[in-house]
Ligand binder design. Structure first.
Ligand SMILES: NC(=O)c1ccc[n+]([C@@H]2O[C@H](COP(=O)([O-])OP(=O)(O)OC[C@H]3O[C@@H](n4cnc5c(N)ncnc54)[C@H](O)[C@@H]3O)[C@@H](O)[C@H]2O)c1
Length: 252
């Protein structure tokens, strides 16, 4: 991909799953990757899989504005001026909406909505001041087609898409390009914990597969190319888009 060599890119949630795959691909493309993750030990495992010196780790809860600000200041001082931000960290505990409570809503909103708000608010001014940069938000096709047992999570992802488009309009004149990528059901540790085990897990997985024309679950590697493209020179005329990468599950 053109224009990625030596670019500093922050990836949230790079400790496992989709975020690990994105971090490794960006490192392979020559980026200097800084991972913000609640679980720095997991992120250190990602570091071991990458070319030496290409990824650094900052233990941060993206829901904590002050912690995000402190980490971004440190990255700018230690790694270099940030070019790209990938908001990938996410979380859910699936339950029928009527069985959820305010404490669960708050936790889901804190991670999936306040997390990206915090990182945009801290990083985007740096990009704008320097004349440009890129932000990619990992949303979900759950935002576009809905998902039973994930109503609040889906609302956050829908909010993230609308937020991406709105800030993309605000910051286009500053050269800051912002897009969302919407994965479908993907084989990651998050999916494994959502599905659980046993007969019910097999039933849910079969039901998901029936809705995917390409007849397989996503793999974390399926998203790395599009994210790299959106951060690269080849993405310089793309902003405000929500791009589904979900085996054709959603064709709107
Ligand atoms: N797996 C799927 O089927 C699927 C489908 C659509 C969208 N997504 C989205 O893709 C993204 C990655 O999902 P995944 O399945 O790889 O998840 P995962 O749970 O496997 O990995 C998430 C990573 O984010 C980190 N994290 C969680 N909360 C954090 C916080 N508050 N601060 C910092 N780091 C935090 C975790 O430590 C972990 O390393 C999420 O935004 C998720 O909503 C996943």
């Amino acid at each position: 991909m053109r224009g990625l060599k030596d670019k500093v890119v922050v990836v949230t949630g790079g400790g496992q799953g989709i975020g690990r795959s994105l971090s490794l691909r960006l490192a392979e493309e020559g980026c200097k990757v800084a991972i913000l993750d609640l679980n720095p030990a997991a992120a250190e495992e990602t570091v071991k899989m990458a070319p030496a010196g290409s990824i650094s780790v900052y233990g941060v809860d993206v829901g904590d504005y002050d912690a995000v600000k402190a980490a971004i200041d440190k990255i700018e001082a230690e790694v270099g001026p940030i070019w790209g931000l990938v908001n990938n960290a996410g979380w859910d505990l699936p339950k029928p909406f009527l069985l959820t409570d305010r404490a669960l809503w708050d936790k889901i909103i804190r991670i999936n909505m306040y997390g990206p708000l915090n990182t945009h608010h801290v990083v985007a001014p740096l990009l704008a001041k320097r004349g440009g940069g890129r932000i990619v938000n990992i949303a979900s096709d759950a935002a576009r087609v809905g998902t039973s047992n994930e109503a609040v999570y889906s609302a956050c992802k829908g909010g993230l898409i609308s937020f991406s488009k709105s800030v993309a309009r605000e910051l286009a004149s500053k050269g800051v390009l912002i897009n969302a990528v919407c994965p479908g059901p993907t084989n990651t540790p998050m999916m494994a914990s959502v599905l659980g085990e046993g007969e019910q897990a097999v039933k849910w997985k079969d039901a998901m597969l029936r809705g995917i024309p390409l007849k397989r679950m996503g793999e974390p590697e399926d998203y790395a190319g599009i994210v790299a493209l959106l951060l690269s020179d080849d993405g310089s005329y793309i902003t405000g888009q929500a791009i589904s990468v979900s085996g054709g599950m959603n064709m709107v």
